[in-house]
Design a protein around this ligand. Structure first.
Ligand SMILES: *Cc1c(COP(=O)(O)O)cnc(C)c1O
Length: 392
């Protein structure tokens, strides 16, 4: 049976070149980068080369890059670290209702400590209102944290304007750029970003590695306490193979950015067109153009997202759904509800995310499979029957 992976926003396969880059660091160059001897120093010099390469992709200097164990840690660190280090200035954060749980749950934890959080709403396409953002700023606002690209509906925010507003009021700006990195050119200087989170396994690198960019001069407390690694800011023996793989993946992504974006955008438009033309009662979510090049998020009326996923899986197609039945909750995704979708529509959501190994044949196969599966599932829906009957 054909296998079609369309869940690149959940994670990506590690590219061959990336695996090749990592291998020597498990067996030959295995030293602890903190050791004085040659084994350690060899590892240390590789680590610093990786840091420089990651820095280049963001147009910053190596000393602003701190390696973490992934995007979630970078998000936790940015928020907790900045709020704890800037208590003299204030206790207020502004974020949005559609952030990743690494941000939202960290905000909830901070609220328990007395931090005040403003959760900005988004419009139907998933974008925050810049006037509402500016109006939410208080004298006590320390940090604005708004994600660059949303992981569910793919909507991109106007990061440059958000940074400008933050700085006009002396507020720091953090962005969760996990979905943006490798899919849009990120120049932290030109954009005016103070802190930025990235993750390796979303850009064809290994899992469990990421980085936090911290602009020089930003006050931030440590999240992980212990040894003196990462200029005494992030303790723990460095994951050198992971970091080497991450840097290689970032280098490839940066070098091939234009062709990657063009390829994904073309496949995305092909998939969207196929779905919208071939199936009725379907809604395309997110922003039509200001979005992740490979993200397709659609809602099929009269269908349960989970049932759809299982039927697609039976045809070898891997996607994801915005309703969280698997996680023990019957509530649809907070993102889909935030863009104003009613519960029953949000329940029929499907996220298909395209990546570097997706082909036109994969897309066409998926369109045909979707037509068949949606039709089959709707035959079982009494509501669909009534609507169709009424329409005739
Ligand atoms: C995947 C993801 C994260 C978490 O990154 P991990 O490396 O898996 O911890 C955070 N934010 C967004 C937007 C993501 O897509």
């Amino acid at each position: 049976m054909r296998k079609v992976y369309l869940d690149y926003s959940a994670t990506t396969p590690v590219k061959e070149e990336v695996v090749g880059e990592m291998l020597p660091y498990f067996t030959e160059i295995f030293g602890n980068a903190s050791s004085i001897h040659g084994f350690g120093q060899e590892a240390k010099s590789a680590l610093e080369k990786a840091r420089t390469n990651i820095a280049k992709t963001l147009n910053t200097s190596a000393d602003a890059i701190y390696f973490t164990a992934g995007g979630s840690e970078a998000d936790n660190w940015a928020l907790k670290g900045v709020m704890h280090a800037n208590k003299a200035k204030g206790n207020h954060i502004i974020t949005s209702v559609i952030e990743h749980h690494a941000i939202l749950h960290t905000c909830e934890a901070l609220e328990k400590e007395g931090v005040e959080v403003t959760y900005l709403p988004v419009d139907e396409q998933g974008r925050i209102d810049l006037n509402a953002l500016e109006a939410a700023i208080r004298p006590t606002t320390v940090l604005i944290s708004i994600m660059y690209i949303n992981n569910e509906i793919g909507t991109m925010q106007d990061v440059k304007s958000i940074a400008d507003i933050a700085h006009k009021h002396g507020v720091l700006f953090h962005t969760d750029a996990v979905q943006a990195y490798g899919n849009v050119k990120i120049d932290v200087q030109a954009l005016g970003i103070d802190l930025l989170s990235v993750s390796s396994h979303k850009i064809y690198g290994p899992k469990g590695v990421g980085a936090l960019f911290v602009r020089k001069g930003v006050r931030i407390h440590n999240l992980i306490k212990g040894g003196a690694q990462e200029k005494k800011r992030r303790a723990g023996t460095e994951n050198i193979p992971g970091i080497m793989g991450f840097a290689k993946a970032a280098e490839i992504a940066d070098a091939k950015l234009e062709e990657h974006v063009e390829k994904l955008t073309n496949l995305r438009e092909r998939l969207v067109k196929g779905i919208l033309n071939g199936i009725d009662y379907v809604k395309y979510n997110g922003h039509p153009t200001f979005r992740h090049p490979g993200n397709v998020n659609v809602c099929f009326e009269f269908i349960e997202g989970e049932a759809l996923l299982l039927s697609l899986n039976a045809k070898g197609i891997a996607g994801s759904s915005g309703s969280a039945c698997t996680s023990g909750s019957l509530d649809p995704s907070h993102v889909l509800l935030s863009i104003g979708l009613p519960h029953e529509i949000a329940h029929g959501s499907l996220r298909l995310t395209i990546g570097d190994f997706t082909t036109e044949e994969d897309v066409d196969y998926t369109i045909e499979a979707l037509k068949e599966v949606v039709q089959k599932l709707r035959v079982m829906s009494p509501l669909y029957d009534r609507v169709k009957g009424g329409a005739k």
